[in-house]
Design a protein around this ligand. Structure first.
Ligand SMILES: NC(=O)c1ccc[n+]([C@@H]2O[C@H](COP(=O)([O-])OP(=O)(O)OC[C@H]3O[C@@H](n4cnc5c(N)ncnc54)[C@H](OP(=O)(O)O)[C@@H]3O)[C@@H](O)[C@H]2O)c1
Length: 348
């Protein structure tokens, strides 16, 4: 445990130096970790744990692309790749990594598979925090823990393979065995976390739902589109509008912000850009505060959850979603983006 000063606020974090992989393997040596779901998080976490020498099995419904993918990744049908409930029965740690709507649909059967002393593991606070809508209330005789990688499941794997790791939060909802924390930390290290910081199920889901609707995706996509449309309205070409809005951001600036911070970025651009950006940042900030307040309130009240569960629980949700995604894909802006990306020297 290290005390780190985050801009004046001291927080405890656990790094992979303090909680080594050897220690994690020791904590998990008698456990069978059943990863339920082989969508986005499932593969990343299952493969990293397997490579780290943890006893991992995968639970996935068969006759599905995800089953085939798990098989292609070396999980063996009947041995380490099993139907969901069979895997849940065998696991002493049950990692519930179906989609959040899938967790709601399968919970009555999964609940029956949990034995006293098992650990039920989530990568999102969603199912537990919104129990009024999900009806997911674990039995009292199991540990309920969370490790939430702060990034896409794909990065969980690619960062592991390139040796860098990903940051994760962890939380304990229920400690039946007295081992809940060491189990959570061991699993966090085993899935490839570089460091872990503690949270609660509530804070994890409130910040996560806000972040993905906000700056990480919803807000980002919205402001990109707004700027692109304004440039186009005033006669700029698609390539100019796209370069000035997205390409320069992703190929240059955001990489520098990742390395050095926005404070550094302000100090390391032309004085013309600097003056303008310093003047306009507060205007944009103040313009979106009401939207962010509204968003956070809708997250806390569960309105966002209701929308997610309703939309993702219909049998034809994938088709409907695809139509919506196709509109974006076929829009001028993102078609222009495809052309711009193809022109990058490494893609020519
Ligand atoms: N995506 C991320 O990067 C990310 C990041 C942090 C945390 N998380 C959390 O990690 C968990 C897993 O998320 P994910 O994005 O990996 O999920 P996902 O890709 O949407 O998960 C799909 C998995 O759930 C299965 N599934 C869906 N509905 C089902 C049903 N009714 N019955 C049985 N199986 C069903 C799918 O099987 P089929 O393929 O057969 O449909 C597939 O294995 C969630 O709690 C999520 O919030 C995700």
């Amino acid at each position: 445990m290290a005390n780190i000063n985050f801009g004046g606020v001291v927080e405890e974090v656990i790094t992979s130096e303090e909680f080594s992989l050897e220690k994690a393997k020791d904590v998990l040596k008698d456990e069978t970790v059943a990863v339920l779901g082989y969508g986005v998080q499932g593969p990343g976490q299952a493969l990293n744990m397997r490579d780290n020498g943890i006893n991992v099995i995968v639970g996935q419904r068969d006759n599905s692309k995800s089953w085939d993918r798990a098989k292609a990744d070396g999980f063996v049908p009947g041995k380490t790749l099993l139907p969901i409930e069979e895997a849940a029965n065998k696991g002493t740690v049950v990692q519930f990594l179906l989609s959040d709507a899938g967790q709601v649909a399968t919970w009555p059967n999964i609940k029956k598979c949990l034995n006293e002393g098992n650990a039920l593991y989530f990568s999102h606070g969603f199912s537990i925090v919104y129990k009024d809508q999900t009806s997911i209330v674990p039995p009292e005789n199991v540990d309920v823990i969370l490790v939430a990688p702060k990034g896409s499941g794909r990065t969980v794997r690619t960062n592991f393979l390139d040796g860098s790791g990903i940051n994760s939060s962890f939380a304990i909802h229920q400690d039946f065995t007295g081992r809940a924390k060491e189990r959570a930390l061991a699993l966090g290290i085993a899935i490839g976390s570089g460091y872990l910081f503690q949270t609660t199920f509530k804070n994890e889901v409130f910040s996560d739902l806000t972040g993905e609707r906000g700056v990480l995706m919803g807000c980002l996509a919205g402001v990109m589109e707004a700027q692109y449309n304004v440039l186009r309205k005033h006669g700029h070409t698609p390539s100019e509008a796209f370069n000035e809005t997205v390409e320069e951001l992703t190929q240059s600036l955001i990489r520098l912000v990742a390395q050095n911070g926005m404070d550094w970025m302000f100090s390391n651009c032309s004085t013309t850009a600097q003056r303008g950006a310093l003047d306009w940042a507060p205007k944009f900030r103040d313009a979106v505060v009401p939207l962010f307040d509204d968003l956070y309130e809708r997250v806390v009240s569960g309105i966002e959850t209701k929308r997610v569960l309703e939309a993702n629980s219909t049998p034809d949700y994938r088709e409907k979603l695809q139509k919506e995604l196709d509109v974006i894909k076929n829009s001028e802006m993102w078609q222009a983006g495809a052309a711009v990306r193809a022109l990058r020297p490494e893609n020519r």
